[in-house]
Design a protein around this ligand. Structure first.
Ligand code: 8YV
Length: 328
């Protein structure tokens, strides 16, 4: 007798090719419109699915997991970050969690460079002049930014994405510094020409640009708090393509308003879509709507990773991208 197909519930619209392949392999419930599931819908999903495919817009917490039926065996996250999933509770309940690492590294690193350049070279201000039809022609002192070459970049979190940022920034002539839970192996450090700082405080005080590339975990919450932000040079720029919770957004906003730091480029926010309105008013701040990994290629590759994780699990093996609490 053929074995019954896994019931897979997908919480958001995914690229068509990914949805098609999922439908070929599994008994899939796809979303009709591209809105996040409501809490009752999520609750229904965990009661009926063998495999749930959520994204960063779904909060899979203890309360939700306590409603899950025994049939829920795998949460195959569509995304690398798993801070929206209570991985420890899932594990206690015997539910595996997997993610999609690696395939969004380059795209996110590209966007980090885009933000560094946008802030330091004042790209949005130039764009605004052109869009308003206000350009009066070239002028020797108009819209002068700062040169990125020669600046010291401090990378907070030197995992895959941090290292990809380092390689790009080095090609732009930046000097690479980093703080990480663990120092990189000497050969990796040498290849990246990166200087390790065991003390985050000491690194922060000496950098021209800080790039946040660490995941959001209890130990990275407000790593850039008010006290640390005050250590930054007044000419420093802060860029975040990771998770908003790593920076105290209100403290950052106050410092930007007061001119205590030069600028910021943010792709992610502490309170999801609720962005501090004062940030939006600042000319030295470039805000993006969490689009660091938003490429067509990346989204398809994320889907392929989800497919492989589910298929491997269905074949009786551990998903290759299984996340366990000790990794966090
Ligand atoms: C994803 C991200 O697009 O993968 C991540 O952790 O932050 C994003 O770039 C998103 O998480 C999809 O769930």
């Amino acid at each position: 007798m053929p074995k019954s197909r896994l019931k897979v519930v997908v919480t958001r619209r995914l690229p068509e090719s990914v949805e098609t392949r999922l439908s070929e392999l599994f008994d899939v419930v796809l979303r009709d419109d591209d809105t996040p599931m409501t809490r009752p819908e999520l609750s229904e999903a965990v009661k009926s699915a063998d495999v749930l495919v959520p994204t960063v817009t779904d909060t899979i917490d203890n309360a939700l997991l306590s409603q899950a039926g025994d049939q829920l065996r795998l949460i195959a996250n569509y995304g690398a970050g798993v801070d929206h999933i209570d991985v420890a509770t899932a594990r206690q309940r015997g539910i595996l969690v997997s993610n999609t690492p690696g395939v969004l590294t380059d795209d996110t690193a590209d966007m980090t460079m885009a933000l560094i350049l946008a802030v330091t070279r004042r790209i949005p201000e130039g764009l605004a002049v052109m869009q308003a039809g206000e350009w009066q022609g070239w002028a020797p002192t108009a819209l002068l930014g700062g040169r990125v070459g020669g600046r010291r970049l401090g990378i907070l979190g030197m995992g895959r994405i941090g290292q990809a940022v380092a390689r790009r920034a080095a090609a732009f002539g930046m000097q690479i510094h980093y703080h990480n839970r663990r120092q990189l192996r000497p050969e990796t450090e040498q290849a990246l020409e990166a200087t390790y700082w065991a003390s985050l405080d000491q690194m922060i005080a000496r950098m021209d640009v800080i790039s946040v590339n660490c995941p959001a975990t209890p130990s990275t919450f407000h790593l850039m708090n008010a006290r640390r932000l005050k250590l930054l040079k007044p000419t420093a720029v802060v860029v975040n393509t990771s998770r908003g919770e790593v920076i105290d957004e209100n403290a950052l906003t106050r410092m930007l308003r007061a001119g205590d730091i030069a600028g910021a480029g943010l792709d992610v926010y502490e309170h999801g879509t609720t962005v501090n309105p004062r940030l939006r008013e600042l000319r030295n701040v470039v805000l993006l709507p969490h689009m660091g990994s938003a490429t067509r290629e990346g989204r398809i590759e994320m889907g392929e990773k989800v497919l492989i994780n589910i298929k491997t699990f269905d074949d009786g093996h551990r998903p290759p991208d299984q996340v366990v609490p000790s990794m966090l």
